[in-house]
Write a protein that binds this ligand. Structure first.
Ligand SMILES: [Zn+2]
Length: 166
């Protein structure tokens, strides 16, 4: 069998369809995230607790990935925590170039009791400078959620504007 690249005239002999789909999606947040978003509207960060290991999942999960059992209860965690990861992004969510970088990262939140361990953490904006990311001083810093005013909360992760260093 002999193979050869397609020539321009060969490409023109093919029937082509130009179609722009107008797909619309409706996505259900599911039991765990729905309740989590409802909590945000009320100014609470909620997690799901595993009855075996005591790990509190934030964002919440209905199953413990270590014990392979259902998480059994809702628990509120602190809106304060520690910066575990941080990155400066010069690309916006809509893929536009940003003059000033947006700082995002993972915040491990503090539990409501000393026996709990909150895992894995919220990925969110961090209100700090680019310098603090470059020189890595933001890592391990204690931060607190800056909430939108109550009347502006809609049950979204954006009900928290960002996490700021305290
Ligand atoms: Zn567990």
């Amino acid at each position: 069998m002999t193979l050869h690249p397609l020539k321009d005239e060969e490409l023109k002999t093919h029937f082509t369809i130009t179609y722009k789909p107008e797909a619309k999606y409706s996505y259900t947040a599911g039991q765990a995230i729905s309740n989590f978003l409802k909590g945000l509207k009320e100014g609470k960060i909620l997690g799901r607790k595993c009855p075996k290991c005591g790990k509190v999942y934030v964002p919440p999960r209905m199953y413990c990935e270590e014990c392979f059992c259902p998480t059994s209860s809702w628990t509120q965690v602190s809106d304060e925590g520690v910066v575990m990861t941080a990155v400066a992004s010069f690309i916006s969510w809509t893929r536009d170039r940003l003059e000033e970088p947006e700082i995002v990262g993972t915040i491990r939140l503090f539990p409501s009791t000393s026996r709990d361990y909150v895992y894995p953490g919220l990925f969110h904006r961090i209100c700090c400078s680019y310098e603090e990311v470059k020189n890595m001083k933001i890592f391990g810093r204690r931060v607190k959620a800056r909430w939108r005013p109550t009347e502006k909360r809609v049950g979204s992760i954006d009900d928290i504007e960002c996490f700021e260093v305290i």
